[in-house]
Design a binder for this molecule. Structure first.
Ligand SMILES: O=P(O)(O)OC[C@H]1O[C@H](OP(=O)(O)OP(=O)(O)O)[C@H](O)[C@@H]1O
Ligand SMILES: Nc1ncnc2[nH]cnc12
Length: 188
């Protein structure tokens, strides 16, 4: 369930962490295309104290023993995934844009808020039944997330959770991910 506090800042881990994320997001109009309000989370990554609190909050929400490996979605998801992996002692699997992985890979094409793309994962990325925590910075239309969760399962993993720092609620990505365990620290 999503919580709300008096100022209307809401997220699945409560208002405090939601406020923390909100304090480190910059709105950039017309990037990468006219009409798109780009949500830039680089200030959050650049603030060591806030970044650590956010990573700790994600681990606390899921529970250290609920996943065996972390998937980060290129490119901003890599930053979050690596930090969670280091904090919990598990490994990282990158889900990459097409043509970047050196060995046999599964591919999934999708549409996102401002374009189309293809993501890939190595076919041998997981052992059967591996519980996989998938992380990214932003959930917008949900195209990226849907493709990634599908790739994880095609490669033999079991989706243990999906966390984003920021969800753009008006783009209704959660609807596309119905039945998936979506966790957003901040929903706007
Ligand atoms: O919910 P959606 O509409 O699919 O959009 C969300 C995705 O868009 C952004 O990635 P982008 O493809 O811009 O990649 P980048 O991190 O490499 O800039 C963001 O980091 C998510 O992965
Ligand atoms: N508006 C947005 N800001 C940042 N990342 C995004 N990914 C898709 N839409 C986005």
């Amino acid at each position: 369930m999503t919580e709300t506090h008096s100022a209307g800042v809401r997220g699945d881990s409560g208002p405090e962490v939601a406020r923390l994320v909100a304090s480190r997001v910059l709105d950039v109009p017309d990037f990468p295309k006219p009409g798109v309000m780009f949500k830039d989370l680089m200030p959050l990554f650049a603030d060591g104290e806030v970044f650590r609190e956010v990573i700790d909050g994600i681990v606390e929400y899921h529970g250290r023993d609920s996943f065996d490996i972390v998937v980060g979605i290129e490119a901003r998801g890599f930053v979050i995934a690596a930090a969670i992996a280091y904090a919990t002692g598990v490994g990282v699997v990158p889900v990459r844009k097409a043509g970047k992985l050196p060995r046999a890979a599964y591919s999934a094409s999708y549409a996102l808020e401002y374009g189309e793309a293809t993501l890939e994962v190595h076919q041998d990325a997981f052992t059967a039944g591996h519980r996989v925590l998938v992380v990214d910075d932003v959930l917008a239309t949900g195209g990226t997330a849907e493709a990634t969760l599908d790739l994880v399962e095609r490669a033999g993993g079991t989706v243990a959770g999906f966390t984003v720092l920021l969800e753009l609620g008006f783009l209704e990505g959660r609807k596309k991910l119905a039945g998936r365990p979506v966790h957003a620290l901040l929903t706007v």
